[in-house]
Design a protein around this ligand. Sequence first.
Ligand code: ADP
Ligand code: MG
Length: 259
Amino acid sequence: MADILEIVGLTKRFGGLVAVNDVSFSVREREILSVIGPNGAGKSTLFKLIASFLRPTNGEVRFKGERISGLAPHIVARKGVVRTFQETTIFRNMTVHDNVVTAHHLRSQASLAGFYFGSTAARQDLAAFGRSADEILTFLGLVPMRNEIASTLPHGHLRALGIAIGLATNPAVILLDEPFAGMNHDETRRAVGMVRKLRDRGITVLLVEHDMAAVMNISDRIVVLNFGQKIAEGTPSEIQRDPMVIEAYLGAEDEAIGL
Ligand code: ADP
Ligand code: MG
């Protein structure tokens, strides 16, 4: 399968700290690729660099062969590389459906003024957004919560809403930073199924996740970071046997790799 993303010599310094240090790897179209590593290894920074929320100190990210580093994050999102994260903007006083409709405006063809003046283009967009939102809610199993106010949702459903908001922009690549954090076993199991469905839909998934059982279960390939550097890359079974990886995780009781 073709490479959809190329991460080439990516480096990010914060003052004296090298959070991401000369990291290179490729992401194949329609794979689920997880990035793991101890706390502070640079995983979130790497995702922010890929989605262009941060500008690299060195190196670049290419999406379908085109350099996207340095572009504004909303431009990168429009091109199809979308990051959802713990702080994803959810309008807490809006319904689930309205949240997803609102998220569609990111890819709207109508100008903002068009919305004010009720132009035909705006009305057509709004109707299309409503239908698309319902399709996404169906896909994620959120239809029963369609008219609930977001602030009343349990944790797992809020996360799913965050992913729904990401999907509203019709991404080619979605970056999920700890989407299962704080979920119980059943919620995690459901969420893992959801991530698989994203891929089955043709979306390439990049995942940062601490739940090693889930990571080993769901990933096609895994990239391991330690102190900002890539120390391993391979299939889950290759990673579980990798001496460098085992070494990096030794003593980190809360991050057992599930060996
Ligand atoms: P991870 O997600 O793997 O836990 P992060 O990417 O969040 O790691 O952080 C990597 C390192 O970079 C950490 O040492 C963190 O403190 C530092 N860091 C992250 N963001 C910033 C920032 N905006 N300014 C300064 N240091 C940062
Ligand atoms: Mg992080």
